[in-house]
Design a protein around this ligand. Sequence first.
Ligand code: SF4
Length: 491
Amino acid sequence: MTTFLGMPTAPRGVGHLRGDDPFPVAARRSLADAQLRRNLAKATATIRAKRAKVTAELPDWEELRAAGRAIKTRTMAHLDRYLEQLEAEFTSRGGIVHWAADAHEANLIAVDLVRATGATEVVKVKSIVTDEIGLNEALADAGISAIETDLAELIVQLGHDRPSHFLVPAIHRNRAEIRDIFLRQMDGVDPGLTDRPADLAGAARRYLRQKFLTARVGVSGANFAVAETGTLCVVESEGNGRMCLTLPDTLITIMGIEKVIPTWTDLGVFLQLLPRSATGERMNPYTSMWTGVTPGDGPRQVHLILLDNGRTAALADSVGRQALHCIRCSACLNVCPVYERVGGHAYGSVYPGPIGAVLSPMLTGIEDNASLPYASSLCGACYEACPVQIDIPELLVHLRARHVDEARRRWPPGLEAITMSTAAWAMADPARFRSAQSLGRLGRVGRRRGVIGRLPPPLAAWTRARDAPVPPAETFRHWWSRTHGDAHDRP
Ligand code: SF4
């Protein structure tokens, strides 16, 4: 067995964890789309209300959250042991385990496995980790079509779009837009298709049925993996996942290493937390679990690809590692005032919203996603909603500090670092500070009152979005000196 635990790895091919534009540029673009904001506001408000209702029903909801956090903390502390146990149990029941250090390696393994079957098409269960590594593109490059079978993922795929929410990947689309996508892209669709939800679902069902019945390879992620028996678990709402997990001869599951949990008792906690936080349901409509190969039932070959892709580097950060506790329920997205206005695409990563703002930079390295930890008002709503009590505001501040520390060490220094060093130098000495204050008062020239609307570069970026106050006519030191007679502190 080759593992990478205990040895933080720098991912070679990180996949879809960063966008072309930094968050402020992408967010400005999204904010200009009024239809997108309407779609998001409606969808997030609906899910928020459902979640609030079903979590309020449980008298021990807070205890469950604390239990979820405790299980995750303990698991991360012994991740190497639980992963080795998972591998041993999964293998002993006829499954095959593969280890992938990054997206590139995971894709190579998956493509080889599909090629070995001779299949040119695979059916997929909704899986964020396969989006993370760009599996569909890697399969396409090898001449293999990947068919998304989750309704929302299918909409995204047919629309040549990107997911913008964990749970509702097409949350940015309304019914009319979905009907238009189906009419344009879906083979054999009824040209009179309406935008009624039942009609749209029926069209997708007819299209996918044919794919399920002919597919020889299924691809999935996993919500959880129980180490004590080597059991994998997928939760979903539509039943398409169960078709992918049971009908094909070969099943390939790709899973981030943080998804392992020690025992079935632990699974019981998460199966209560996840559906209530995610869809606002008391339990999932479909919970599929499989343990290796079962003769006469389900796939003949069962593979598990365990993916690092920056996770051991995140684990090495004693504060940041709690981002790995995430169970992808999306509750933090639905309560975030920033996400509600800009949507998922602005984050540039397959992990959007508050958790994406911390997880993506932790997986890629802070420099590759430096703007994301600032994509928050630090209001704390995400922390209150999170079913495993991830302190996202604490992580955001921690990553901002890491970003500043790394910027300080860089050579040549950036403009911000030069400005801050100069300010620190001026403030470290009373005489220099007095001189700086006198210089600052030059800002009063030509202004009797009010604010400075525009500063020269490099300070122009500050005044582009806000006014700067005019320096006071008299500094505090001057006032103190004048009223208390300290002759050493005259300006
Ligand atoms: S950080 Fe918490 S609330 Fe957000 S998706 Fe993950 S588990 Fe859910």
